[in-house]
Design a binder for this molecule. Structure first.
Ligand code: SAM
Length: 218
């Protein structure tokens, strides 16, 4: 993303009613239902970018509470602008590195996790930074409830192959479904909401890979 250094974006974000203030983040763990003021499932997207996917999902599913996580305030700013144009009561944002997710959500507090077009970090020494790595899968396993789903989409075949391999060393997760060509998989396409990157890369003719994992009980 080329938006990483927009001047003043941190200040705008810190004043936005849609973004949980950074100093409040540790107090959120175990309190998300209270924050949204209702007892409904919590779905999150880690690395949401400009927020097109999560904003659309929140609009389509008012019965779910959504939390979008993005590392860069200059990118998050775009998601905030979208909310200013069309406010949704069931969507909140966190500006944070998803590495710290276990401090912001309590064990079993989350019902579903979306990873969409996660950064590939192509160098081997950066493998731990990839969101579908074993390290991140272990973090996600702690906050998701038993039987909860994690859905991952990407057009990057090397990243997807890596993600499938990481499952061998991620005992908390079971592979439920996968495809190397989502847009030609009628079943997995049901209810599919395109992300910003998905629109861009599928328009270029790239097949989209997707898997769905289930959190094993225990
Ligand atoms: N999910 C969006 C989509 O599909 O259009 C954006 C994809 S973009 C390639 C990946 C986004 O994830 C970037 O905005 C990046 O800043 C964010 N990101 C990468 N690693 C992250 C992390 N550890 N924590 C939070 N956000 C992260």
């Amino acid at each position: 993303m080329r938006l990483r250094n927009i001047t003043g974006s941190r200040e705008v974000i810190s004043l936005s009613p849609y973004v949980i203030r950074e100093e409040m983040q540790p107090e959120c763990a175990g309190r998300w239902k209270e924050i949204f003021g209702r007892n409904v499932p919590i779905f999150i997207e880690a690395g949401m970018g400009k927020g097109k996917f999560i904003h659309t999902m929140a609009k389509l599913h008012p019965e779910i509470s959504y939390v979008g996580i993005e590392k860069y305030s200059s990118v998050l700013l775009r998601a905030v602008s979208k909310m200013e144009q069309e406010e949704l009561p069931n969507l909140k944002f966190l500006r944070m590195d998803a590495e710290g997710i276990g401090e912001v959500f309590a064990p079993g507090e989350v019902d579903r996790i979306y990873l969409n077009f996660s950064d590939p970090w192509p160098k081997d020494r950066h493998a731990k930074r990839r969101l579908p790595s074993r390290e991140f899968l272990a973090r996600f396993a702690r906050i998701i409830k038993p039987e909860g789903r994690l859905e991952f989409k990407t057009d990057n075949r090397a990243l997807f192959d890596f993600a499938l391999e990481e499952l061998q060393t991620s005992p908390a997760w079971e592979l439920e479904r996968f495809t190397f060509d989502l847009h030609n998989d009628r079943e997995l396409m049901q209810g599919n909401v395109m992300t910003e990157y998905e629109e861009k890369f599928s328009a270029m003719g790239n097949p989209i890979c997707k898997y769905i994992l289930v959190r094993k009980p225990g």
